[in-house]
Design a protein around this ligand. Sequence first.
Ligand code: MN
Length: 254
Amino acid sequence: MIPTNGLIDFHCHLDLYPDHAAAVREADAAGVFTLAVTTTPKAWARNYELTRDTRHVRAALGLHPQLVSSRADEITLWETLLPQSRYVGEVGLDAGPRFYKSLDQQKDVFARVLRACSRTGGKIITVHSVRATKAVLDHIEEHLSHRTNRVVLHWFTGSRSDAARAIDMGCYFSINGTMLNSEKAAALVRSLPVDRMFTETDGPFTEVDGRLSKPIDVARTLHTLAKLLDLAPTSLANAMRDNLRQVLQDTELR
Ligand code: MN
């Protein structure tokens, strides 16, 4: 078995597993630093309650772009809750065929999210960008101004030039095992700087061996990624912990 202590799952929906509390306990016991993202601000209170006393799990305040068509009005609640959370997500844009209709509405909501983060500062923001990489980067450029905010692009599927632009803008990337199964995505991942990388599962939306993946599965992703980058898994794990320390330091409000 691959040790999991000190590994990072920077994007996982723990509240979408059959037993939310058990999913939190398991990630914490395994020592995996897990960012528990949410899809609606109505889920914040319960996620916060279950994670506040853990050592390794933190909750993020989200409003998922795929839910904006039915829940756009929840942005008001989201804004009210923002001072309670250092972590933001899942937020962003989805221009895939099922969600394209609500794209204008999504853009309004995402702009409000970024402007609210600009006012407060000190946020770590995990961002969805399916078929909308350029629009997401445009939004970040236009609406996110505070220098103590940091963006992590989750499950990035943009082009090389989008990636170069995101790197110039200071963005990080969280990488899951499913991305590494695609040769094209893996080639792009190989071109990313190690000092901007995290692992993620996006569980339960990914699978490992025919079951839902969970935070401990980042161990396998870390090994696959290390091989791809020609690094020792322990050095890559150390590099990611350094990245986490850096992001926490850069978002500290003094
Ligand atoms: Mn997600």
